[in-house]
Design a protein around this ligand. Structure first.
Ligand code: NAP
Length: 482
């Protein structure tokens, strides 16, 4: 099965921060892949904008290097030259007046205008104001903003208000790249395009849900940024929250951006506050060749968490009694992201063998995006009725009949959605604020309590205390493995 490419209309895409890490690593290689797939016309323009003084030709060489390095493209790739012909560059200072007229003169009329703010959030206001002030953006233009969207409710509100001075909500695309992952969208397809799961999708049949985002890397190289953020701000408030919403939300009346986001918002508002007994913070210690968190963060007294695990209750009819356990951390034993829905055991067992037979639906985000449903079957062969649990596995790369090369990366899909004008997979301002309203008290309690995170060994599954979070409920975390 080859994925179908639906071309988008002609556009001018300006990438503020076009010389930065995110543009090199994700945005530009992603655009190249969409170009190769034939998703946009070869009249489209991509304009890098940053302070570095250089001309179009120099930036094109920079883009070539980035696409080769991060896109896995061979150096002499012929199509790459055609792609580079779409690329231009404007030296611009977001907080000064240089370069804006030049940018304006390059924008074509009659095509979609999108502006990707791939710069520090402190520059979002300056860019929004100048795009409007110089008459570069109009009522049809779209802006794309990167995380972090604020560091608490107050700053998120300020940021929303700043953008709202120049753009309406329908023009603002707040990226959470987790929402662009194939599996995450498939989650909605599985839930809302099949009748099989939805009748069981509630606390009567679901025992609990686990959401895990485990990384093997530490914070070395971005320690000073991370140390001001920590796992709850960096991962829970946005990515894990979005995953939780997609699992927990009611079916929207239509697959429409606001209908979907209304339902997600209702979930966030129904989250119960998390008390200190239901949350564990951790910080990795030195191990193997790796340094401790405090060394990586260059802050020997740091109390910032590189790991967090929590039990979350959703106060509504559907989920009362079925907790969601969330955990995420750095320097863990494997790199894996998954959602596991553990169903209850059948109410009565006719097989007298003591084998636990709870079905489990596991949705893998990485590695190998896919789903698997654990079901009980009879162990083949003679010798009586012995039961065994087997996975019904659907790895997307296999299901799609290729090596996964046709499955677009999250950034590719999301940028094309911006051009299409589809906001379904982007966070709305009120969602972001509601998520901060829920996480703020947790962070405040840590800050006022001055508690230290629990130490855990690099390469482990996290602190011991996190195991107890489930043990006391007679449950166990799934093993963290690739
Ligand atoms: P970065 O590598 O530090 O790049 C920052 C970019 O902004 C550079 O192109 C820089 O170029 C430009 N810039 C800085 N000051 C400017 C100014 N006054 N006017 C115009 N351009 C200016 O940062 P990044 O890692 O790409 O991150 C960009 C944004 O994405 C941040 O909000 C970050 O939180 C977010 N993000 C990044 C990642 C990632 O993997 N890197 C992941 C998620 C979110 P000049 O120095 O030439 O001006």
């Amino acid at each position: 099965m080859v994925s179908r490419v639906i071309p988008v209309d002609d556009f001018d895409l300006v990438i503020f921060g076009g010389t930065g890490d995110l543009a090199h690593r994700k945005i530009l290689p992603g655009l190249y892949r969409r170009f190769l797939a034939g998703q946009f016309p070869d009249t489209a323009r991509i304009i890098g904008a940053a302070r570095t003084k250089q001309d179009d030709a120099a930036f094109r060489e920079e883009v070539r290097g980035a696409v080769v390095k991060f896109g896995g493209v061979p150096e002499g790739d012929e199509n790459l030259t055609a792609f580079l012909n779409l690329i231009g560059y404007v030296a611009i200072d977001a907080s000064g007046e240089d370069g804006w007229q030049d940018l304006k003169s390059r924008m074509r009329s009659g095509v979609i205008h999108a502006f990707y703010f791939s710069v520090a959030p402190s520059l979002f206001g300056d860019i929004a104001q100048r795009l409007a002030g110089y008459g570069i953006a109009d009522a049809d233009s779209r802006i794309v903003v990167e995380k972090p969207f604020g560091r608490d409710l107050t700053t998120a509100r300020e940021l929303n208000a700043t953008l709202a001075r120049h753009f309406v909500e329908e023009q603002i695309y707040r990226i959470d790249h987790y929402l662009g992952k194939e599996t995450v969208q498939n989650l909605m397809a599985v839930r809302f395009a099949n009748i099989l799961f939805e009748p069981l999708w509630n606390a009567q049949y679901v025992d609990h849900v686990q959401i895990t985002v485990a990384e093997t890397v530490g914070v070395a190289g971005r320690g000073s940024y991370y140390d001001r953020s920590g796992a709850i701000r960096d991962m829970v408030q946005n990515h894990l929250m979005q995953l939780l919403c997609l699992i927990a939300m009611e079916p929207p009346y239509h697959f429409d951006p606001n209908a979907v986001r209304d339902e997600k918002l209702k979930v966030i508002r129904a989250l119960e506050p998390v008390g200190p007994d239901d949350i564990v913070r951790g910080q990795y210690q030195a191990g193997g060749e790796g340094a401790a968190y405090v060394t990586d963060a260059e802050n020997p007294d740091s109390r910032t968490e590189s790991y967090v695990a929590m039990k979350v209750r959703i106060a509504n009819w559907r989920w009362q009694g079925a907790p969601f356990y969330l955990r995420t951390g750095k320097k863990l034993r494997a790199r894996t992201s998954e959602i596991a829905i553990t169903f209850k055991e059948p109410p009565h067992s006719i097989f007298d063998d003591g084998v636990p037979r709870a079905n489990q639906l596991v949705i893998r985000l990485q590695p190998n995006e896919g789903m698997n449903l654990k079901v009980m079957i009879k162990e083949p062969g003679p010798g009586g009725m012995r039961l065994v649990q087997v996975p019904l596995d659907m790895t997307f790369a296999e299901a799609l009949g290729n090596d996964g090369a046709d499955v677009p990366d999250a950034y590719e899909r999301l940028i094309m959605d911006v051009i299409r004008g589809n906001q379904t997979l982007f966070m709305r301002g009120d969602e972001v604020e509601a998520a901060w309203a829920w996480t703020d008290p947790i962070i405040e309690a840590w800050e006022t309590g001055k508690t230290r995170p629990e130490p855990y060994d690099a390469g482990s599954s996290g602190p011991e205390e996190a195991l107890r979070l489930l043990h006391r409920d007679n449950r166990r975390w799934r093993e963290i493995r690739a």
